[in-house]
Design a binder for this molecule. Structure first.
Ligand code: HPA
Length: 258
């Protein structure tokens, strides 16, 4: 069983460097996952991999079955989840090509299945003061420093509904709320991971300046070239981090039953 799972976002529908051993089409009590759960070895360590938007990038952020994805990973043994994501940067330092390790999140999404509890289940309140797993964040930050990959340790991730990008006024509002980066998939993924007791952190690659912050408009070509730089750095961090995660301890808050 593998304790470590990687969720690939836009641009990461597969993962280089993994020697694949199996792929399992997975259905869960919450429906089917975005892609088969792949299993393989990264530097000799068993890892799971799931493509959040599907193997051929066909599932929009608001249509992703986040519940099935996290449930399946947990069921297949995952305890640590490394989520890769492409984001827009708001302030100058969150520039295209930069990798960010966010430490906070604001949820602007709507209409998504955002918890596992169904009507009739006991009510559970998930502790979410620190929405990302600090133990995992600390390993990722330490590894980035050790291998010399520039990384911004901390940042507020604004999770938007998508799939459209934002208006300039929306970005101003989010900045006023304290946001630094904007993406479309961070929620409910982070909260569902917490609900399942998974140690979850995200490596966010800035692929564009958010609307109104860079050039007049955002183009796909600009995003792709920034992604290439950021993805290379994210791969380097993950490659070195995975062997150090095998024995990671957990001290996750327990869901509150009031
Ligand atoms: N906004 C929201 N999501 C994104 C962006 C953005 O500018 N870039 C990449 N994902």
């Amino acid at each position: 069983m593998s304790r470590i799972a990687i969720i690939g976002g836009t641009g990461f529908s597969s993962f280089e460097g993994i020697d694949w051993k199996s792929r399992v089409d997975t259905s869960t009590p919450y429906g089917t996952t975005s892609s088969p759960v792949m299993s393989g070895a990264l530097r000799g360590i068993n890892v799971l991999f799931l493509a959040r938007h599907g193997e051929h990038h066909t599932i929009a952020p608001h249509r992703i079955n986040y519940r099935a994805n996290l449930w399946a990973l947990k069921e297949q043994g995952a305890r640590v989840v490394l989520a890769l994501a492409a984001v827009g940067g708001i302030q100058d330092e969150y520039a295209p090509g930069v990798v960010v390790l966010p430490d906070q999140i604001i949820d602007y999404t709507y209409g998504r299945e955002h918890c596992f509890a169904e009507t009739g289940d006991e009510v559970v309140h998930v502790e979410f003061t620190r929405p990302y797993c600090e133990e995992l964040r600390s390993v990722l930050n330490g590894v980035a420093e050790a291998v010399g990959v520039p990384l911004i340790n901390g940042g507020v991730y604004a999770a938007t509904q998508g799939p459209r990008l934002e208006s300039a006024a929306e970005v101003n509002r989010m900045e006023g709320d304290g946001a630094n980066i904007i993406g479309m998939t961070g929620m409910p993924e982070a909260a569902l991971a917490r609900e399942l007791g998974l140690c979850y952190a995200s490596l966010a690659i800035v692929v564009n300046f958010a609307a109104g912050r860079g050039g007049e408009t955002i183009t796909g070509e600009d995003m792709q070239s920034a992604f290439a730089t950021g993805a290379d750095n994210a791969y380097r961090i993950l490659n070195s981090a995975v062997p150090r995660l095998v024995d990671l301890g957990f001290s996750l808050p327990v869901p509150l039953r009031l």
